[in-house]
Design a protein around this ligand. Sequence first.
Ligand SMILES: Nc1ncnc2c1ncn2[C@@H]1O[C@H](COP(=O)(O)OP(=O)(O)OP(=O)(O)O)[C@@H](O)[C@H]1O
Length: 267
Amino acid sequence: MTAAIDIRALGYSFGSHVAVDDLTLEVEAGECFGLLGPNGAGKTTTIRLLNTLLPLQSGEVEIFGRSVRTDAMLVRRLLGYVPQQLSIEGALTGRENVEWFARLFDVPRRERSARVDEVLEMVDLRADESRLASTYSGGMVRRLELAQALVNRPALLVLDEPTVGLDPVARDSVWQRVAQMQRDHGMTVLLTTHYMEEADELCDRVALMHRGRLRALGSPTELKAAAGTGASLEDVFRHHTGEALDDGEKGGLSSVRATRRTARRLG
Ligand SMILES: Nc1ncnc2c1ncn2[C@@H]1O[C@H](COP(=O)(O)OP(=O)(O)OP(=O)(O)O)[C@@H](O)[C@H]1O
């Protein structure tokens, strides 16, 4: 069966700095797959390579058998993407934001209105669709971004740190939506998160990245069992790298959390 994501010997450098180093990884169709690691591990670079936002330097990536190198337009049609940075427009209403994406992704004109209704329903924002997005809470903004990413009915949903900076209730609500959509639509989901307990609960398999390299790959249960009795995914990471997960660069996890917290409300 064709893999949803097939990454082979992927490498990417910013000048002399190696961000992704010989990464080989397959994600199966229908899987919820977590890419985990501290700041600077190379997760966002990997995601930007597979969603065609960065050009490949070395290695190959195929999405459902389509090469990102030669079939970039087809790959984009297969993908929904929620980036780390906010991607919604505060001066538009929630509904207008989703309509804008529907146009951008060529959802046929006569289907647009029904599709927008459908995704706003999925993320529970129908009642608030006429409010300006600048009045939304952080959790509502993230759910609106999910609706945008889903409006072209992607086979693969890619989420880069979708819940960092949100409070536990808002995080839970975003994850519940993702899990439900995956169940209901058989979508493949690739996500990055700093929240190990969530990765543990949601992901069928995870890859631990550290300094651009793959350090461990497997189901959370397998990885934890191999790291010792009672081990958590944090322990698994320490076991494979000798470092704690929040020992990354740029001030580590707390600085990213702070960044997202300030970005929580638009306007
Ligand atoms: N545009 C850029 N120019 C130079 N270096 C970059 C650039 N983008 C990323 N890097 C560097 O490449 C490495 C990998 O960064 P990347 O953003 O992929 O990591 P990450 O695992 O996603 O971390 P984070 O959670 O902070 O986004 C880091 O050392 C980072 O500083």
